[in-house]
Design a protein around this ligand. Structure first.
Ligand code: NDP
Length: 324
């Protein structure tokens, strides 16, 4: 028996319960991992609430973790018991142990701790594809990062700066703004207090941004479009404040022939070769010190309810990790 957090019906944080579950031996192509650290992500709240549907209930939330392999299933050649690994997969991570497809595992270098790995795989690979693939940030670009003191936000600020971009952030409080500035944002707009699009116009002297990275959604739309120069790229990668309503595509032409995309990490890492390349890129910026993974809070696995409440109340900064 292992301890896991389970959800029987969609709802608020309190629908998560800690339970004992039976774990079968790893199937063909799978390994069993003893999780040492589990990453908490805003996406976990979408599955818990039913905003994103799950294939079946009850389910175990959680999309990223790191730990040690304790057993391997038939046909697994490239991993062995004792290996230190990290992974991001859809669901099942809020557990002491679990079985994972070996094809999705990342071997961890000694320099990366379990806590760092659990905080950086989903968030860091997201930052990688947003900055290097969805829109390829170049030296001298101006980029806007919403919720810049969040888990993905603090990584985007640091990596964006390392790529030579001028980073403008938005944040919900002065303390968060300070964190984002320390992570490399040149200016941070308190978007609950001022019109952020007007502020971006003033900060850039009307030149506006090449790209807007928007994980906030409803609250920052359509203002984000007003922050873009002609032919700029609106990247809507999340909806922490709720999803954006359907809109007239003509808006993009009227605001300067803008591009808009709604990307998901799992499309970008579907091919193993992409996962490997992106992981190398991420590990390089982390081990070189260009990007520091901000593990700003740790909790026990049985405190998942408290963590989701804090995340949804905007009380967290950087990454939060559960220690089983
Ligand atoms: P964060 O740590 O950024 O937490 C969300 C932040 O959003 C809050 O701290 C808050 O910052 C801001 N926010 C604005 N409005 C609200 C609201 N009404 N309720 C709650 N928060 C609000 O989370 P993550 O780093 O885990 O994820 C950031 C975004 O990226 C999420 O939307 C997530 O879904 C998305 N994501 C998308 C991926 C993809 O591939 N598409 C992959 C990974 C994450 P503040 O107080 O400063 O406003």
């Amino acid at each position: 028996m292992v301890k896991a957090v389970r959800v029987h019906e969609y709802g608020g944080p309190e629908v998560m319960q800690i339970e004992d579950i039976e774990l079968p031996p790893p199937g063909p192509g799978e390994v069993r991992v003893r999780n040492h650290a589990i990453g908490v992500n805003f996406i976990d709240t979408y599955f818990r609430s039913g905003h994103y549907p799950v294939p079946r209930k009850p389910f175990i939330p959680g999309n990223e973790a790191a730990g040690e392999i304790t057993a391997i299933g038939a046909g697994v050649k490239s991993f062995a018991p004792g290996d230190r690994v990290g992974y991001t997969v859809s669901l099942g991570c809020y557990a002491q142990e679990r079985n994972v497809e070996a094809a999705r595992l990342i071997k961890l270098p000694e320099a990366i701790s379990y806590e760092t790995a659990a905080a950086m795989i989903l968030k860091g690979l997201t930052a990688q594809y947003l900055l290097r693939r969805t829109y390829k940030v170049k030296k001298g670009d101006t980029i806007l990062v919403h919720a810049a003191a969040g888990g993905v936000g603090l990584i985007l600020c640091q990596w964006g700066k390392a790529l030579g971009a001028h980073v403008i952030g938005t944040a919900g409080s002065a303390e968060k703004a300070e964190l984002a500035k320390r992570a490399g944002a040149e200016s941070v707009i308190l978007y609950n207090e001022v019109d952020f699009a007007e502020a971006v116009k003033a900060l850039t002297r009307g030149k506006l941004c090449n790209v807007v990275y928007d994980g906030v959604g409803k609250k920052t739309f359509p203002g984000s479009l007003d922050c873009l120069r002609p032919l700029g790229m609106f990247v809507s990668f999340g909806s922490a404040s709720g999803p954006i309503d359907a809109f007239d595509l003509g808006l993009l032409s009227r605001k300067g022939s803008l591009f808009a995309t709604r990307p998901m990490l799992y499309s970008y890492i579907a091919k193993r070769s992409d996962l490997d390349r992106m992981t190398n890129d991420l590990i390089n910026v982390v081990t070189s010190g260009e990007v520091r993974i901000p593990v700003n809070a740790t909790y026990r696995l049985d405190e998942a309810v408290t963590v989701h409440k804090a995340l949804e109340a905007r009380e967290t900064t950087g990454a939060t990790v559960l220690l089983p």
